[in-house]
Write a protein that binds this ligand. Structure first.
Ligand SMILES: Cc1cc2nc3c(=O)[nH]c(=O)nc-3n(C[C@H](O)[C@H](O)[C@H](O)COP(=O)(O)OP(=O)(O)OC[C@H]3O[C@@H](n4cnc5c(N)ncnc54)[C@H](O)[C@@H]3O)c2cc1C
Length: 560
């Protein structure tokens, strides 16, 4: 160990380890110490949640950190997110509406065994020259003044020790060392809880049904490799396969609909699964002796008032902000967080003044969280409603693939010119993106009292919709200086989709014609549709109309 470091990272979990790798790869001369309170190697299977990755984080792990070979050899490939909606009885999976990709996906993603993964990341970052200290619990910091080094106090081998560092990064997750010390905690208005456990062995949902047609509709093992969501009002139950050939099971539920007290012990969680997912209960609830672990987390969403400081401290991972795991975005936030943070540290190391950048990155990070909140807030009450959820899931994927994923792969989030163009004025694209998303999310809530149908026996594949397929495939296309134009192009498609969703919903609820002119920023069911308010709106776009019709479960004659 050295006497002082360029960077001390408190917490050697996913966020801290990947940050150290990103920094070392960019500049091997940067000295880094990770303090990790765990005293031995991470447990296989029963370590942490955060097992399913989606496109943005997959790009970060595979391409930015160069972990492609490791992931392909030691972790499972993932066959997308897969949703089974309620058919009331929930005793025959093949009867339930299923949403997910049917054929092998062009853009990869992975199911992570967090124990195996973190042990590998630890080994790799040490090979790159990072010092990694186990059984070292960061306790406090004395901040250096006027650019002096900070002094970090940590407990190790029953003694309090001190280490000097230019940068202190808090990656202690919910321990949130810096948030507590500096008082920048902030509640997130989204009250959802979780309980999860790992079971020994493989759970292959294809085996849940004798229906041959259903079983062979997808190639063998593709359903198994998906992150499976069984959903109904107020909750979703996850089933995630792990490379260790064990299975992760989790309940995520809205406090107002399924209170925490109904899932917060293994016995209660099992009883809850028997009641709400009776078929699943037969396959995912072994005797207590056969489970590998059981964990709970109450009100897991949390916001933060600060993230990056030019006084050389920062937070990353769950020590900062966390929203909701429904679309597995936890590692996406880590990828963005670490990309902003490593850029600041590397520039500072070269002697650049990072004051303005730190402010811009922090504002963008915090406003991104704010724009993403309406995707989840109050939305668990929609989960028992198949038609609304199909619209919503496809909308949420469309916005995710078309803007943040694209900006991330194209390095847009660290390009000040791009950020300025996207976010500075009220009318800029990034601000419009937030407003458009809010309008559509509110529309789903408005729709709820009017849409109650239970559907059965259907399969819907996101990649049957051309605009969604094109957004997903476009993630890895590089646009150089024209990235903002590409975002603008995608926004036009999103606006047309929003308008078309509204046409269908408004037709069903208020019997408005299917060819009304629609301003996508004014879509609401709270007031009657009034064409004069939509004078600058959009007319029907036939290609989008055809795509959107594929997610409409009512008879097609309505659309004729
Ligand atoms: C229910 C649920 C499901 C989720 N599912 C997904 C998913 O499918 N996909 C996804 O991408 N994300 C998911 N997430 C989010 C994911 O779990 C987190 O984003 C990720 O684990 C956070 O990583 P981290 O490094 O911040 O924290 P951790 O990985 O927990 O690392 C923090 C580390 O800090 C150490 N530590 C704590 N205190 C100290 C201290 N004082 N000093 C030194 N070390 C310390 C701990 O031992 C730990 O190793 C989920 C989250 C929840 C709540």
């Amino acid at each position: 160990m050295q006497k002082e470091y360029d960077v001390v990272i408190a917490g050697g979990g996913l966020a801290g380890l990947t940050l150290s790798i990103q920094l070392k790869q960019a500049n091997p001369n940067i000295s880094i110490l990770i303090l990790e309170s765990r005293d031995k190697a991470a447990a296989i299977a029963a370590h942490k949640v955060g097992e399913s990755t989606v496109e943005l984080a997959t790009h970060y792990f595979r391409e930015v950190l160069g972990l492609k070979n490791y992931l392909e050899e030691f972790e499972l490939p993932k066959h997308g997110l897969r949703f089974f909606f309620t058919d009331e009885k929930k005793t025959e999976l093949s009867n339930r509406v299923e949403l997910g990709p049917r054929l092998k996906l062009p853009v990869p993603s992975h199911q992570l065994d967090r124990g195996t993964f973190e042990n590998y990341l630890e080994k790799y970052t040490k090979e790159l020259g990072t010092d990694f200290l186990l059984a070292a619990r960061a306790k406090d910091v004395v901040f250096g003044e006027n650019g002096d080094m900070h002094e970090v106090i940590y407990a190790h081998e029953r003694e309090d020790k001190k280490i000097k560092t230019k940068w202190l990064v808090d990656a202690t997750s919910r321990i949130s060392l810096l948030k507590k010390k500096l008082g920048f905690q902030k509640e997130a208005p989204h009250n959802v809880n979780a309980a999860w456990f790992r079971v020994k062995g493989v759970v292959d949902i294809d085996e849940w049904s004798d229906n041959k047609e259903w079983r062979t509709f997808l190639a063998p093992k593709l359903r198994y490799l998906s992150t499976v969501h069984l959903i109904d009002k107020g909750y979703w139950l996850w089933i995630i396969p792990l490379g260790s050939k064990n299975t992760s099971i989790g309940i995520v539920a809205d406090e107002d609909i399924h209170p925490f007290e109904t899932i917060n012990t293994y016995e209660k969680a099992v009883a809850w699964i028997h009641k709400h997912e009776p078929q699943a209960a037969k396959f995912v609830c072994p005797n207590k002796e056969d489970i590998l672990d059981f964990r709970i987390l109450k009100h897991f969403a949390h916001d933060s008032k600060r993230v990056y400081s030019s006084d050389r401290w920062a937070v990353t991972g769950e020590a900062g902000l966390f929203l909701d795991p429904f679309y597995s975005p936890g590692s996406d936030f880590i990828s963005l967080n670490n990309t902003w943070l490593s850029d600041l540290i590397l520039r500072d190391y070269k002697g650049e003044d990072i004051t303005v950048r730190a402010q811009i990155y922090e504002q963008t990070h915090l406003s991104w969280f704010k724009d993403w909140l309406p995707i989840y807030q109050d939305k668990y009450k929609l989960m028992g409603n198949t038609q609304i959820m199909v619209f919503k899931i496809f909308w949420d994927w469309a916005i995710y693939w078309s803007v943040p994923c694209l900006l991330f792969t194209n390095h847009g989030f660290t390009d000040l010119k791009v950020l300025k163009e996207l976010f500075v004025s009220e009318k800029s694209l990034g601000r419009k993106f937030g407003k458009l998303n809010k309008a559509v999310q509110d529309l789903f809530i408005d729709w709820l009292p009017h849409e109650k149908a239970i559907f059965e026996n259907r399969y819907i594949d996101p990649l049957d919709l051309n605009y969604l397929k094109s957004f997903q495939r476009g993630i890895d296309e590089m646009h150089g200086d024209t990235i903002v134009s590409k975002v603008a192009e995608n926004m036009v498609v999103l606006e047309k989709v929003a308008a078309e969703l509204f046409r269908l919903i408004s037709h069903q609820v208020n019997n408005t014609p299917l060819d009304i002119i629609v301003d996508p920023y004014l879509i609401t069911l709270k007031t009657p549709y009034n064409a004069s308010e939509h004078v600058n709106g959009l007319f029907v776009d036939e290609a989008i109309k055809t795509d959107v019709a594929k997610m409409w479960f009512y008879p097609n004659s309505v659309l004729a």
